[in-house]
Write a protein that binds this ligand. Sequence first.
Ligand SMILES: Cc1cc2nc3c(=O)[nH]c(=O)nc-3n(C[C@H](O)[C@H](O)[C@H](O)COP(=O)(O)OP(=O)(O)OC[C@H]3O[C@@H](n4cnc5c(N)ncnc54)[C@H](O)[C@@H]3O)c2cc1C
Length: 382
Amino acid sequence: MTDKTPRHPIAIIGAGIAGLSAAHTLEEAGIPTIVLERFDRAGGRLNTRQGGGWVADHGTSFITTRHTRVCDLIRTMGMETSRVAIQGSVRTLTSDLKIEIPENGGLDGSRFSLVDGFGFFMEELAGRFQVHYNMAVGAVRWDNNQKVFWWNSEGQVFWFEDEDGQPLRDPVTHKVIIASGVILATTGTASRRIIEKSPSLAGLLPEINKVDYTSTFTTMFKIPRIDVPWYALEGKSGAPFTWIALEERKSPARVPDDKSLIVAHASPSWSIDLIAMHRMDAMAQVYRKLREIIPQLPEEPLSQTYKRWNVSRVQSRPMVDPDDRPRINWPVNPPTAPFALAGDYVYGRTAEDAALSGHDAAQAIITQLPTRKSVLGIHFAE
Ligand SMILES: Cc1cc2nc3c(=O)[nH]c(=O)nc-3n(C[C@H](O)[C@H](O)[C@H](O)COP(=O)(O)OP(=O)(O)OC[C@H]3O[C@@H](n4cnc5c(N)ncnc54)[C@H](O)[C@@H]3O)c2cc1C
């Protein structure tokens, strides 16, 4: 027990990389956590799909060794050497559908993915924590005036409502879930919905209202094996795709020997049109465009699937200048409440930004928690 051990766990809303990074920092400090996740799996936009000998990342496609917080979390799970996929070259796709080879041949040794996919890493990471799945938080509640859950100097106690306004309960004990602090680690749009319904968080509305995301229509095509001299194409501004990857280049085990698996992310502007279309027409349009870029593609894919990310990447300025990290002071009521925001909208647009924000949110909570020795007048030794 640390001198900051709270009476109740710290609740983290959202089991994406921001939320699990926060849980990890709190765990290292010996502070108990509980994670409330809307869906039946962890990972958020670190998402991997799998089935019948095929594995593909359908959200985040790569990270780099400069993403030190994510790399630390990967190391924590013992994945440093055994499950890191080495990739080939990343070429550039121009707006007129030409493939440019950068001076270094497009080789970027710092990029990598995980052999099993980022989604499975996240599920393993989530396995370390107490995560309640299928728990969509509608609002965060705490009562500043009546102090109904106030115990001496222990500070605020929080509880949560679902989207119908009912208190969230532990699925086993059926007791109302209460927490000594909260980290709101959902997407910016989900955070906005929660903040709108949580009067004590009204001070955050002006900033959260500025958060804006792009959409991505992501497709996956299975085809007979093709041989192209790159691992991935990164789209230049104006190109129809932001990213096209050959999954078997991440790890041969992702695909049967005689097949290839192409994951293609449409550009934000094209994605808006594709998302509005019927999914079959949208996938057909994407495949036609891919054939213009990769002539080796057969007339028809063996099979295809898609995913709509209505909230994919942050488009607005981050809420906090990343140079200001980790000095976050969220204007909640009261300002001393152990409450923090995390997610990619806080510092920037990558998984690393999200992971850093989770770490800093956890540190902010630790600072806000009253020290144990002042609790209930009991003195604990230093
Ligand atoms: C197609 C695509 C490609 C990308 N490529 C890359 C890349 O190559 N490299 C890179 O670094 N980044 C990439 N990104 C961005 C990266 O994935 C995100 O920045 C990062 O995953 C964000 O993590 P997060 O924890 O902030 O949010 P999320 O991953 O969105 O996690 C939020 C979690 O909160 C949960 N949640 C939402 N609402 C509620 C609620 N009401 N109650 C409880 N839980 C809730 C969600 O279900 C989710 O699990 C990509 C994103 C997309 C979509």
